[in-house]
Design a protein around this ligand. Structure first.
Ligand code: ADP
Ligand code: MG
Length: 333
């Protein structure tokens, strides 16, 4: 049994969350009972995912609470996008060092802004005391047999990626530079890169367009090489990437020398773009439709027989890859 003051604080926090939870007709009973009652679509698959963000591991301790709220939901919506799903509901498990209503309101500003953009209702969760940690479960729908899986790449497919790569890693380096007292350059550039780190855009619209057209798909959380490595092994294929073709923002081009930029693009992590494979004959039409929908994608490589992911230079020679982000470096998989 918790002391009465802690209980009061917990209920006050839950009341604040409930007031902003968002509404959908398929939520028959939302926050307030022992569990939510939801009306899934009988003719579609329910798609479920869950991601945790811990202070100091997934975001720097001084990250604005609204950015933490946005990103905690965004990383989950990105997983739904990578399956080709349309999002519907979320659950939020919050561990907070103090029952701080001001922090929570700011956190909810970011969380609810993104939830409203994608018509996601917050239907439940848990609120406890402990080191700052946010665990979001997201649920959505995809028609039967239309889900985009990692294991469906075929030799001959073209590999593509949405958006640009490496911006979030550059944004993280900016934060490190600021901590070390190094002045940062141009305001517009730094604001863009920080936003790419703190407010990733889940590529929901792209995921919906890829349904039934892309073969394999994954969202990029750990870095292009590491994540495409999952596609290669799940599909039992090899992937060759052309370093020269990797998409890059103007801000990234301004910030780094060629070697650093390439390292951030292939191993930086936190990009939350979609990497997918598509049959060669259908690639141009799909890329045109993505561009029309405002989520342009770029060809970056090819699927082959064999195993592993290689990065090739302009002459087609392999470049030694930097390591992707690992939570437990050196540990056996
Ligand atoms: P119980 O003790 O039955 O688990 P709680 O007191 O933890 O219930 O939660 C009460 C209600 O508030 C439940 O509907 C729960 O889903 C919801 N809830 C608690 N914390 C959160 C949160 N962080 N975000 C959304 N809903 C929450
Ligand atoms: Mg509970």
């Amino acid at each position: 049994m918790l002391p009465a003051t802690t209980m009061t604080a917990e209920f006050d926090l839950i009341a604040r969350i409930r007031a902003r939870a968002g509404k959908r007709r398929d939520v028959r009973l939302g926050i307030g009972d022992d569990a939510a009652l939801l009306a899934p679509r009988p003719d579609e698959r329910l798609v479920a995912c869950c991601d945790t963000m811990n202070v100091g591991v997934h975001f720097p301790p001084d990250t604005a609470p609204a950015d933490i709220g946005w990103k905690a939901l965004a990383v989950n919506l990105s997983d739904l996008a990578a399956m080709g799903a349309s999002p519907a509901w979320a659950l939020l498990s919050l561990s907070l060092p103090e029952p701080d209503a001001t922090w929570l309101d700011a956190f909810l500003d970011g969380f609810c802004e993104l939830a409203a953009l994608h018509d996601v209702a917050l239907v439940g969760g848990d609120t406890t005391r402990g080191p700052l940690s946010i665990c979001v479960t997201a649920l959505g729908f995809v028609p039967h047999a239309a889900a985009l899986k990692r294991g469906s790449a075929h030799p001959g497919d073209i590999v593509c990626v949405t958006g640009t790569l490496g911006d979030a890693a550059a944004g993280l380096q900016l934060w490190r530079d600021t901590e070390a007292g190094v002045a940062s350059s141009d305001e517009t550039t730094t604001a863009f890169l920080r936003r790419r780190l703190n407010r990733p855009t889940p590529r929901i619209a792209a995921g919906l367009l890829l349904r039934g057209r892309a073969r394999a798909c994954i969202d990029l959380s750990d870095g292009l090489l590491a994540d495409l490595g999952h596609v290669a092994s799940a599909s039992a294929v090899a992937i060759d990437l052309e370093a020269e073709t990797l998409p890059m923002s103007d801000a990234l081009r301004d910030r780094a020398d060629d070697a650093t930029r390439l390292r951030w693009q292939v191993a930086g992590g936190d990009d939350y773009e979609l990497a997918f494979t598509v049959p060669e004959l259908e690639c141009d039409a799909l890329l045109a439709d993505l561009a029309t929908a405002g989520c342009a994608a770029t060809r970056i490589g090819r699927v082959l027989g064999g195993e592993g992911v290689r990065l090739l230079d302009a002459r087609g020679d392999p470049i030694a890859p930097p390591q992707g982000w690992q939570h437990f470096p050196g540990a056996d998989a």
